[in-house]
Structure formats: structure tokens, C-alpha cells
Design a protein around this ligand. Structure first.
Ligand SMILES: [Zn+2]
Length: 411
């Protein structure tokens, strides 16, 4: 290859790789809901304080675990012990006790031994309110906002039965405010105990504040010097799938949980609002100060990154053990447009009884069920759709998606 071709490749490759938008991701993303985000922020704020050594910490962790379980994720608490920890610093107050990370995996169907981690801390404190730092810290922006985003991402994966090819892991960290303790524990477990292969980690911390004047649509992508390719992927995903403007920066890169992953040699990115919350670490970090439309956009970005990184090989670091016998699926429509039934050929090496979904352009599932009920013979299927209005829909089976155009039965 001569230098000229080499240059062309460098110029064209990123655009080719990212130029095909995922239609299903566009549809799923629209379902992300500002009210759902607000509800969760308010529920977390209603704990009064999420200071790491308050007695309610196990109750908060269980609330988060239960939420993830309701969304069909196999969530558990992973606890660690903090001993003789002086806080506030130089106060003489010594704290000792268990802390609870909340962890949930959605196993990859091809590369379960490669992990994409989405993390955020759930503890809060009001360190600028010297007398009330432990009992009045609503932490709406810092960091109920990001916990809400991650729960919303978890809901999307369940709602659309999205199957990642790498394992998607959710981590909600304890005791970040006291020195990134939860994330340090998590990466050390992964490293020493399980020797896991982490493709990358995406951290969210403070994503809900935007006074809607300047930089209304800017998002900070805080990056690390070992993660150039992953950062480019996140930047391109911002441009492709959101109306946000990515602002890559190294500001605050040591101040949140992605630093733990970076310190242990893992690739990481950290998403944050473009302007600092004016009442950061005080009792005034309240839900009423947040801009839920802006928060929805950053949640859509986080969902898009998690979706593409875990269900496709667009961002590809996968382990050495992968590519053994990967399940094969094929979905082919017999005709399209369709009228009162969808006829198609479907083959799969997966022996389980598979489900199908038909999803409209608003992201709503309009029909779903067991595929076996609609088998005609061998790999031929026919799903009746007498009540579907004209329009464009997606037929989704396992990780296969086909666009369907429904025309009136009379035409
Ligand atoms: Zn924070």
C-alpha cells in the first residue's frame, strides 16, 4: 500500500464505519422519558441524605437493587468494609462500616467474558454546609441524575429485549464522595478476583443542570490519555444520535469514578453537564433546579453509547477467548410492504423458544409474543397484523431487526 492510499484510508475510515445509523437505536432512544428520570431523582432525593455513613445506606442500595430487578436485571449488592475512616477530615469523627455497591450484569450472547461497564455513584453529601453535611444532602444533580439515567437505560434494555453481544454491566457506587471508594473496590474485584476483560467504562456524574442560556446543548466528554479510540467513538455517537455538541476535555478527570478505572489501566470516559451546578455539595442541590429535557439528551447519549458498545462491534475491544461458535440468526421478509400479515423466513441456532416484537416509530411495542405460535413450516413464519395502521414498523427477533412497511389492506 502506498502512502497515498494510506492517507485516503485514514480520512475515510471513521466516516464509513459510523455512517450507517442504527434505525432501531433511533427508535428506542425516543422512548427515554424525562418524567421517568424526574421520578427517580425525586425518589432518591426523598431519602433526605445519601451520605455514605448514614444508617439508611443499605436501604438505598436495596431500593436501587429492587429497581434493577424490576427491570429484569440480575442485580445484587456487593459490599465492602471501610474501617477507621475519619470524616469530616480532621474532625476526630471516626467511621467504620459496610458499604454497598449495586451491580447488575446482562450477559453477552457472543462474548460474555468481555465487559462494557456503565457506572455512577449514588451517595451524596453537602460538604459546603459544615453543620449538616450528613443529614440534608438531596444530591439531585450529584448524582441522582446519573443514577436515574442508568435505571432508564436498564428499562430500555428490558422493554425492547435488547441482547448485548458483550456483557453489559451496571455499577452504582457507594462512597464516591469520600474518595472514589466504591469504584476502586469494583475495579479491584474485577482485576484481582475475576481477572475480567473490561472493554471500557463509561461514568456519569452530574448530568442534570443546565440553565438554558449559553452552551445549552453542550455535553462534556471527559477523556483519558489511554482511551483515544473510545473517546472518538463517544464523540461520533454524540454527533450521530443526539442534538448535543460534544466538548472533549480533561477537566475534573480525577474527580469521579472513571478515574478508578483509568488508574487500573482501563479505558474510560466520563459524561458531565457543561456547566457546574451552582449549589454543588449543598442542601440546595434539588430536583427543582434541574433541566430534565437536557438530562434526557445526555441519557439518550449514554444509552446510545451503551447500546452500540455492547450490542455491536462498532467499538470493538473484545477478549482473546471470543469468536468460538457464535450463534447464527437470519431474518428475511418474504414480501415488503405488507398488508394484513408479515411472512418471513427465520433461522436460528438458538434452541430456546424465541419471542418477537413489532415496534412502531414512536418506539412503542404494538405486538409481541412467542415466535413458535406463528410457525407455518420449517423456518417459515406468518404473523397476522389485521389491526396495524399504515406506517413503518420494526420487526425484532433476537438481535435481528427488519423494517416493515404496512400498507392498507384495501390498497
Ligand atoms: Zn458526584
Amino acid at each position: 500500500m502506498n502512502r497515498y492510499y494510506y492517507l485516503i484510508l485514514i480520512v475515510l475510515l471513521p466516516f464509513n464505519v459510523f455512517s450507517q445509523l442504527s434505525q432501531e437505536l433511533v427508535v428506542y432512544s425516543q422512548e427515554i422519558n424525562a418524567d421517568s428520570l424526574k421520578n427517580i431523582v425525586e425518589e432518591l432525593q426523598n431519602f433526605g441524605s445519601r451520605y455514605a455513613f448514614n444508617p439508611n445506606r443499605v436501604e438505598i442500595a436495596n431500593y436501587l437493587k429492587n429497581r434493577l430487578q424490576e427491570y429484569g436485571w440480575d442485580a445484587k449488592l456487593d459490599s465492602f468494609y471501610m474501617e477507621n475512616f475519619e470524616y469530616p477530615y480532621h474532625s476526630g469523627i471516626i467511621n467504620t462500616g459496610w458499604q454497598y455497591n449495586v451491580v447488575a450484569d446482562k450477559k453477552g450472547i457472543y462474548n460474555p467474558d468481555t465487559f462494557f461497564v456503565v457506572g455512577a455513584h449514588y451517595d451524596s453529601y453537602a460538604s459546603y454546609d459544615t453543620l449538616t453535611y450528613f443529614n440534608n444532602s438531596p444530591g439531585a444533580d450529584d448524582n441522582a441524575s446519573s443514577v436515574a439515567a442508568i435505571l432508564e437505560i436498564a428499562r430500555m434494555f428490558q422493554k425492547y429485549n435488547i441482547q448485548p453481544i458483550k456483557t453489559l454491566r451496571i455499577e452504582l457506587y457507594a462512597a464516591e464522595e469520600l474518595g472514589l471508594h466504591g469504584s476502586n473496590y469494583a475495579i479491584q474485584q474485577s482485576h484481582y478476583r475475576y481477572n475480567e476483560h473490561i472493554a471500557a467504562m463509561m461514568n456519569l456524574d452530574m448530568i442534570g443542570y443546565n440553565p438554558d442560556t449559553i452552551n445549552a446543548d453542550s455535553v462534556k466528554l471527559v477523556y483519558y490519555d489511554n482511551s483515544q479510540e473510545f473517546t472518538d467513538f463517544c464523540k461520533q455517537t454524540t454527533l450521530n444520535y443526539t442534538s448535543l455538541i460534544p466538548n472533549t476535555t480533561t477537566e475534573f478527570q480525577q474527580n469521579s469514578d472513571s478515574w478508578s478505572y483509568y488508574s487500573w489501566g482501563r479505558k474510560a470516559i466520563f459524561l458531565q453537564e457543561s456547566q457546574m451546578h451552582p449549589f454543588y455539595h449543598t442542601h440546595n442541590d434539588l430536583s427543582t433546579t434541574l433541566n430534565y429535557n437536557y438530562m434526557k439528551k445526555i441519557t439518550q447519549l449514554a444509552f446510545s453509547i451503551a447500546y452500540l458498545a455492547s450490542t455491536t462491534n462498532q467499538y470493538y475491544p473484545i477478549s482473546i477467548k471470543e469468536i468460538t461458535s457464535q450463534p447464527q440468526f437470519t431474518l428475511q421478509l418474504n414480501t415488503n410492504p405488507v398488508k394484513d400479515k408479515i411472512q418471513f423466513t427465520y433461522t436460528s441456532t438458538n434452541s430456546q423458544d424465541t419471542r418477537f416484537q413489532i415496534i412502531n416509530q414512536m418506539g412503542k411495542i404494538v405486538k409481541e409474543g412467542k415466535l413458535s405460535k406463528h410457525k407455518v413450516f420449517s423456518s417459515q413464519y406468518s404473523i397476522p397484523i389485521p389491526h396495524l395502521k399504515q406506517g413503518i414498523y420494526l420487526l425484532k427477533i433476537e438481535n435481528q431487526v427488519e423494517k416493515i412497511i404496512v400498507v392498507s389492506p384495501l390498497s
